[in-house]
Design a binder for this molecule. Structure first.
Ligand code: NDP
Length: 310
């Protein structure tokens, strides 16, 4: 298959790029990827996306975006990209069924994946007390008790954010110190609602119809090791994200964490005609509305690139 514009990814960035490019008459092809609808589909309700005063179910929001992209002629394929070649024009990708797609321009909107501890209970309670996004789900824990796992800037930021809503926040840190910047550490350590549990790991979660507590271990494998249960209503992971950019590593400049580097505020990558939008190029904000906006920018840039090279 040959297309003028290939969009890889079906989160807010990918679908918004589809809406904009479709309305520009480009008829883009969009590959959905492993998680149709993107990271947002792992949460429940979205209350901070403008236009929905009562909030909207995350899956409904993404389905709406999908339909809007299709309405303007975006061809959506339920496939996964397994291989890419951005070395020569036309750019090429291969799908899991072996099909080759050639494209004059490419928008990479493959997102980032939150890291999880790998506990079976995380999957069991996903959306029922387990979350990897305090900004998305914190509001549901007003006046409740929550725990955040991690000792970096994200964990401190999420713990501080949650402390503004919850009655109590535990920060579960595996080392005897925080890795976060001094200012974030100070913010956490000086917040009377936050209690830091150093040298503590999570063994599992328990609860009947949602998280009711965590099984913890203090000083694992050392003198003074102690296992105990901590009653909590919410369990937030903040141990880092992994941008889904590995497929494009041979051609694209990435930072030390793997985020695709773009030209300042624009979505242009170091390869002409290849653009990056959404969380795969955003180590900081990681919000649906910001991803959507960057998808719009990428489509506008792609349209210009395609016209200039016709
Ligand atoms: P980091 O990699 O900086 O921190 C991850 C944290 O999670 C570490 O404390 C790490 O522990 C812990 N961790 C990792 N795996 C496990 C595990 N299996 N069990 C328990 N704990 C675990 O990620 P962040 O997302 O916090 O930050 C990413 C980057 O973004 C950083 O450069 C950060 O500075 C930046 N950032 C900046 C912000 C700001 O400036 N406001 C806000 C958010 C992020 P350990 O220390 O033991 O390895």
């Amino acid at each position: 298959m040959k297309t003028k514009l290939l969009i890889i990814g079906s989160g807010p960035a990918g679908y918004t790029a589809g809406v904009y490019a479709g309305r520009a008459g480009i008829e883009p092809v969009l590959i959905e990827g492993i998680q149709p609808g993107g990271q947002l589909t792992t949460t429940t309700e979205v209350e901070n996306f403008p236009g929905f005063p009562e909030g909207i179910d995350a899956n409904e929001l993404m389905e709406n975006m999908r339909q809007q992209a299709e309405r303007f002629g975006t061809k959506i394929l339920s496939n996964i990209v397994t291989k890419a070649d951005l070395g020569t024009k036309p750019y090429k990708v291969w799908l899991d069924d072996g099909e080759e797609i050639q494209a004059d321009a490419v928008i990479i909107a493959t997102g980032a994946s939150a890291k999880y501890l790998g506990l079976a209970d995380e999957q069991k309670f996903m959306g029922q007390g387990v979350s990897a996004c305090a900004t998305c789900d914190g509001f549901f824990y007003r006046k409740k008790v929550v725990a955040v796992v991690g000792g970096g800037d994200t964990a401190c930021e999420e713990a501080s954010y949650l402390a503004g809503l919850a009655s109590k926040v535990y920060l579960i840190v595996r080392k005897p110190f925080l890795r976060a910047s001094q200012i974030m550490q100070d913010r956490v350590l000086n917040n009377e609602k936050i209690e830091v549990l150093f040298e503590t790991n999570t063994l599992g979660l328990y609860g009947e119809n949602g998280v009711e507590g965590a099984h913890l271990i203090y000083k694992k494998g050392e003198a003074g090791e102690r296992k105990y249960d901590l009653p909590i209503d919410g369990f937030f992971l903040a141990i880092g994200h992994h941008p889904n950019s590995d497929l494009f590593a041979p051609w694209l400049k990435r930072d030390e964490l793997g985020y695709i580097m773009t030209d300042g505020d624009s979505p242009r990558t170091n390869v002409a005609g290849v653009f990056a939008a959404g969380d795969v190029a955003d180590p900081h904000y990681r919000q649906a509305i910001i991803a959507a906006a960057s998808g719009a920018k990428a489509a506008m840039e792609a349209e210009k690139y395609i016209k200039d090279h016709e």
